[in-house]
Ligand binder design. Structure first.
Ligand code: 2DT
Length: 214
């Protein structure tokens, strides 16, 4: 067992617009941390494997219609389903790399015009990330990028992504680091690696876990 008792893992969240590279970067981070002696696991939200996750998935594929408030609460409930599992893994010394978290929901709902304080309330009491990496791309980036155009899911339209980008700005706090994600995959990976390693060390050395919203 690689985990040391009494030292916890770090909660690291990746956020950013659709197709900014969050998913491939989270996988790379998990591998990098494991190699450096920091056991790590990947989580992603929405977690489409739970019952609530399947409702969210069908909404995102436009197979079902839901009121904006309803989908907001489902996304939050999907995180609450995983809270105790996440906490026990962190306490056992495992660092969690999380592909999207509460900020996604608030940014997307605020972009639709819901009140931001109302949006934040259901996530109050979830574990607060030790670090949020915001992968910064311009909303236009993917229209011309080799990573391909926007796909068929509900939110993947340029005008909407611009609003989400604005809503993310409002949520930034001291735990956020802005990563220039217009670089190559390897360039982005290098930027992130040292920042995450620092954070994992701080947590191992006794920084305490806290709760949203900071
Ligand atoms: P992926 O393509 O990354 O699976 O995301 N979303 C996500 C929200 O609107 N609220 C949330 O709380 C979360 C976690 C962003 C699927 C879409 O779900 C959106 C894109």
């Amino acid at each position: 067992d690689k985990c040391r008792s009494g030292s916890r893992g770090a909660l690291v969240v990746l956020e950013g617009l659709d197709r900014c590279g969050k998913t491939s970067q989270s996988t790379r981070l998990v591998n990098n941390l494991d190699e450096l002696g920091y056991p790590a696991e990947l989580f992603r939200f929405p977690d489409r494997n739970t019952v609530i996750g399947q409702m969210i998935s069908s909404y995102l594929n436009s197979d079902s219609q839901l009121d904006n408030h309803t989908i907001h609460l489902l996304f939050s409930a999907n995180r609450w389903e995983k809270r105790s599992l996440m906490e026990s893994k962190l306490q056992r010394g495992i660092t969690l790399i999380v592909d999207r978290y509460a900020y996604s929901r608030v940014a997307f709902s605020a972009a639709k015009g819901l009140d931001i304080e109302w949006c934040k309330a259901p996530d109050m009491g979830l574990l607060a990330p030790d670090l949020v990496l915001y992968l910064d791309i311009s909303p236009e980036f993917f229209l011309s990028s080799k990573r391909g155009g926007y796909g068929g899911e509900r939110y993947e339209q340029l005008e909407f992504q611009k609003k989400v980008a604005q809503a993310y700005q409002v949520l930034r706090d001291d735990s956020w680091k802005i990563i220039d994600a217009n670089l190559s995959v390897e360039g982005v990976e290098e930027q992130m690696k040292s920042i995450v390693l620092d954070c994992a060390k701080t947590c191992r050395n006794g920084k305490s876990l806290s709760e949203l919203w900071l």
